[in-house]
Design a protein around this ligand. Structure first.
Ligand code: NCD
Length: 305
């Protein structure tokens, strides 16, 4: 991979996606060793800049950087001078003055990661910007599917729920369509954005129909923190129509897998018996996330093995 930053899946060529996944595959084994460390990024400094809450993504980037022997600093906006009125640009310039090599950023504003590339010397990785993209989540979703199914093409991938506010849905849609799979989006019409009209995706409002013959189902949380106004009549009605239950799973392929980027709102988009069933690969996604982030960090910093 020749690029310096990773901002979106939309900008990636299919050969770059393949190269990243191949590299991630080769890193999977490191996390199974008794000593989980290689010297690939020794002497490099990675800063995690999180302006929004995160459990999986921040810890995954931190663990990935540490397994590659990089030095990592976690910056949380809640305990920083952002609370005293410091701007995003000044915050980043000050951290960069400490000679960082790579910045991982999560921010509520779509475009925040791209904005950093206009003035940063360091590489920038988008760890989720508003409703725009979350490229490493799509790459780890792809690695999970690849490991389970052995391919990324010719599959029916159904993405369900709050597509409108989901950067994961956008990145996954770009990735799976680029790799030759069929993407079906399902959710209430008020939560389906118009960008899909320019993409080779199908929309099916009825979840029972959408999941027919599916290979992969990606369930999403209602992003209540990004909603202004009412997008569905009641939570009860949303659950009735869009919760994935064992009954609904009967219409998929027998070996279909259920995915979720987390955090799960149990009982709303996913019933617990599905979340905890053998069909669910949700914790495998988290495991693959570390390898994918190791691959992204090493490819961008030129330290691939
Ligand atoms: C997602 C995110 O932050 O975009 N979570 C994640 O990174 N695994 C999805 C969400 O918050 O619902």
């Amino acid at each position: 991979m020749k690029r310096k930053h990773l901002i979106s899946i939309e900008e990636l060529e299919t050969h770059e996606i393949k190269e990243t996944l191949e590299t991630a595959k080769s890193f999977l084994e490191i996390s199974k060793r008794p000593i989980k460390k290689v010297p690939t990024l020794r002497g490099k400094t990675v800063v995690n800049l999180f302006f929004e809450p995160s459990t999986r993504t921040m810890s995954s980037f931190e663990i990935a950087a540490k397994r590659l022997s990089a030095d990592v600093m976690n910056f949380s906006s809640a305990s920083s001078s952002v609370r005293k009125g410091e701007t995003l640009k000044d915050t980043v310039l000050n951290l960069e003055a400490m000679n960082t090599d790579l910045l991982v950023i999560r921010h509520s504003a779509s475009g925040a990661a791209k904005f950093l590339t206009t003035f940063c010397k360091s590489s920038v990785v988008n760890a989720g910007d508003g409703t725009h993209e979350h490229p490493t989540q799509a790459l780890l979703d792809a690695l999970t599917v690849l490991e389970r199914k052995g391919r990324l093409n010719g599959m029916k991938v159904v993405i369900v729920g709050d597509i409108l506010h989901s950067r994961v849905a956008r990145s996954d849609t770009f990735l799976f369509t680029k790799m030759g799979s069929k993407v079906v989006l399902s959710g209430p019409s008020s939560l389906l954005p118009s960008y899909f009209s320019s993409l080779p995706v199908k929309v099916e409002y009825n979840l029972d129909k959408a999941v027919e013959g599916a290979d992969v189902i990606i369930m999403l949380r209602l992003q209540l923190e990004r909603m202004v106004g009412g997008f569905f009549p009641t939570l009860r009605e949303y659950r009735e129509r869009y919760r994935l239950t064992p009954w609904r799973l009967r219409a998929t392929k027998p070996d279909a897998i259920v995915m979720h980027p987390g955090p799960i709102n149990r009982g709303i988009e996913l019933s617990s018996d599905v979340a905890d069933s053998g069909r669910s690969v949700i914790l495998e996604q988290v495991e693959k996330g570390v390898a994918v982030r190791m691959a992204v960090l090493s490819l961008l910093l030129g330290g691939a093995r």
